[in-house]
Design a protein around this ligand. Structure first.
Ligand code: HEC
Length: 317
C-alpha cells in the first residue's frame, strides 16, 4: 500500500510541476526509477535558471555574458537525443567531456549523485518525452537529416520535387529535420534505449518492429508567431499526435484544440490538402500543418532510404 501511495505522490508532484504532461506507467514493475522532482525543481532554480531561464528556454539573465547560448531545455529534439546517463554526466562534469560548449559548467562538487538524479527528473518534465507519442517504445534512433541532400541524385530530386509541389518555396533552415524513429523490441526496456548510430546496431532494428517517427519543429501560427510543436507519424505516415509545447498551458491548450483535428490525417504516397474549416484561422492552421507534415514525411523518407540501404542484402526489405 505504501508503495502505491508513493507512486501516487510522485505522479501528483509530476503533475503539479510539469505544466503539460503526466507520464506514469500503469504497471508498477515498469515504473522507471523516479527522482524527487520537488527537490529537482528547487535545485534547478538555484543552480541552472540563471543561464537556462526560469522555464528552461535558454534565456536566463546570465545569457548575455556567455559566448555560447545556454541550451533550450524544453526542446524535445535536443533532450530526447540525450539518454539519462548522458544528462547525468553533463550535470556532474559539465560539457567539457561530453563535447558541448565548456560554458556549461559541471556541478559534481556541489551536487550529490542523488541531487543530480532529482534534477534529471525535473529536466525530463520540461520536454515532451517520446513515450508520450508512442507509449510502447523500447528503442529509438535519432538523426539530423538535410532534406534534399540525402542519398543518390534520384532520391534527392524526388524529395525536392515533392516539396516544391506540396509547399512551394522552402527556407534553407527548414530542410534540416531531426528525426526520431521509434521501435518496440522483443525485450522490454525500463526506459527507451537510445540506439547509437553504429551500423551493426542499426542493422539489428527490425522494420517490422517500427512504431513510427517523431519530429520536434516549429509551426507558423497566426500573426507569424513561431509555435514549437511535436508531431508523430505512424509507419503509413498518418499523423498520430500533434502537440504545441509552449510554456503557458492556456495558450498551448488553445493551439492544441486546433492541432488535435489533424490526428488521423495524411498517408503514405498521398499529397494531402488539409481542410478543417472555411474560416480564416482554420486556413492559417491548415497551411501551417501541411507544411510541417510535408517536411516530416521527407524526414521519415530519409530514414527509410538509409534503412533500405542497410537491409537490401539480408532480404528483409
Ligand atoms: C554558466 C551558465 C550555465 C549554468 C549555470 C548551467 N548551464 Fe547548462 N548549458 C550552458 C550552456 C552555455 C550550454 C550550451 C552548450 C552547447 O550548446 O554547447 C548548456 C547546455 C546544457 C545542456 C545540454 C547539453 C547538450 O548535450 O547539448 C543541459 C542538459 C544543461 N545545460 C543542463 C544544465 C543544468 C541541469 C544546470 C544546473 C545544474 C545547468 N545546465 C547550468 C550554460 C549553463
Amino acid at each position: 500500500m505504501g508503495k502505491y501511495l508513493n507512486n501516487f505522490l510522485v505522479a501528483l508532484s509530476l503533475m503539479l510541476t510539469s505544466s503539460l504532461f503526466l507520464f506514469a506507467s500503469a504497471d508498477e514493475s515498469e515504473l522507471p526509477m523516479v527522482g524527487d522532482i520537488t527537490n529537482g525543481t528547487r535545485l534547478y532554480r538555484v543552480h541552472c535558471s540563471v543561464c537556462h531561464g526560469f522555464f528552461g528556454k535558454g534565456d536566463g539573465p546570465a545569457k548575455v555574458t556567455l559566448k555560447k547560448s545556454p541550451a533550450n531545455l524544453r526542446d524535445g529534439s535536443l533532450m530526447n537525443a540525450r539518454d539519462d546517463s548522458m544528462l547525468f554526466s553533463i550535470i556532474q562534469t559539465g560539457c567539457k567531456r561530453s563535447g558541448c560548449s565548456p560554458a556549461m559548467p559541471g556541478f559534481g562538487n556541489e551536487l550529490s549523485s542523488l541531487d543530480a538524479w532529482d534534477l534529471l527528473a525535473y529536466l525530463r518534465s520540461m520536454h515532451v518525452p517520446l513515450t508520450w507519442f508512442f507509449p510502447q517504445v523500447d528503442q529509438y534512433v535519432v538523426k539530423r537529416y538535410h532534406i534534399g541532400h540525402v542519398g543518390n541524385e534520384d532520391f534527392q530530386d524526388g524529395q525536392k520535387e515533392r516539396l516544391r509541389k506540396r509547399i512551394g518555396k522552402v527556407k534553407p533552415e527548414e530542410l534540416f529535420q531531426t528525426v526520431f524513429t521509434l521501435f518496440k523490441a522483443p525485450t522490454h526496456h525500463r526506459s527507451p534505449e537510445l540506439v547509437p548510430q553504429q551500423p551493426r546496431r542499426l542493422a539489428q532494428l527490425k522494420k517490422t518492429n517500427k512504431l513510427g517517427y517523431v519530429i520536434f519543429t516549429q509551426l507558423q501560427g497566426p500573426r507569424n508567431r513561431k509555435v514549437p510543436i511535436g508531431i508523430s507519424l505512424d509507419v503509413n505516415f498518418t499523423i498520430t499526435k500533434l502537440v504545441a509545447t509552449l510554456v503557458d498551458p492556456g495558450i498551448a491548450g488553445e493551439y492544441n484544440k486546433r492541432l488535435e483535428k489533424y490526428v488521423g490525417m495524411g498517408k503514405r504516397g498521398d499529397d494531402p490538402r488539409f481542410k478543417t474549416g472555411r474560416d480564416k484561422m482554420s486556413k492559417v492552421f491548415d497551411k501551417a500543418v501541411q507544411r510541417v507534415y510535408a517536411l516530416a514525411v521527407e524526414g521519415a523518407n530519409a530514414f527509410e532510404l538509409e534503412e533500405k540501404d542497410r537491409s537490401w542484402a539480408d532480404g528483409t526489405f
